[in-house]
Design a protein around this ligand. Structure first.
Ligand SMILES: [Zn+2]
Length: 196
């Protein structure tokens, strides 16, 4: 890229689980830390895995982040001197996140967000399609399919070891749930319209 950029844009890092989205977000944020940029990072408060106050990746890399419950809390914490806003698990913030990150980018802020582009059913996840369309830069990462080892672009949800049904509720009390990265061929969603 040899063109000059006006200040302020949106970049999206997406892909399935286990693709290294958080690692990539942390890598970009750390690089900007060395460039002495004023950075603020966020993640949804519902995600409690590994660390309550850090964006944590599966390989143990960490970066301090505010755990917030909604977009209003993000808006309140981004002061006029902020140059970079990073948001992990952005798919959980819902549609209001779109207008907020656009507002930040318009203000001259570099906005870096990471999230799941599709849910366990293989459907576009919440605000992600719109974020991807509005972004200046998109990075789509892949994981390794747990069945064949090829590039995985989907997240397989398993309930008690079996592929979750398209209509299964998001939270199933008492069920043992797990997730795997899968390729298109091995992503199995019983009951998915036009898929069987
Ligand atoms: Zn596969």
């Amino acid at each position: 890229m040899y063109q000059e950029l006006q200040k302020g844009w949106l970049e999206v890092i997406c892909g399935p689980m286990f693709a290294g989205k958080s690692e990539e977000l942390i890598r970009r944020v750390k690089t900007l830390t060395y460039a002495h940029q004023k950075i603020i990072a966020f993640k949804p408060a519902i995600d409690n895995r590994y660390d309550k106050t850090a964006i944590a990746s599966h390989d143990g890399e960490k970066y301090q982040a505010y755990a917030v419950r909604n977009t209003q809390e993000i808006d309140d914490l981004v002061t006029p001197d902020v140059q970079v806003v990073a948001i992990d698990e952005v798919q959980f913030f819902g549609d209001p996140i779109v207008d907020l990150v656009e507002k930040f980018a318009d203000r001259g802020i570099r906005v870096i967000v990471a999230g799941l582009d599709t849910d366990f059913r293989g459907e576009p996840f919440g605000p992600m399609p719109v974020l991807l369309a509005r972004a200046e830069f998109v990075t789509k990462l892949t994981a390794a399919c747990t069945v064949c080892g090829c590039a995985a672009t989907r997240t397989q949800r398993l309930v008690n070891g079996e592929p979750a049904n398209y209509d299964d509720p998001v939270i199933q009390v008492g069920a043992k749930e797990s997730y795997e990265a899968r390729c298109r061929k091995h992503h199995i969603v019983p009951g998915k319209p036009k898929n069987n």
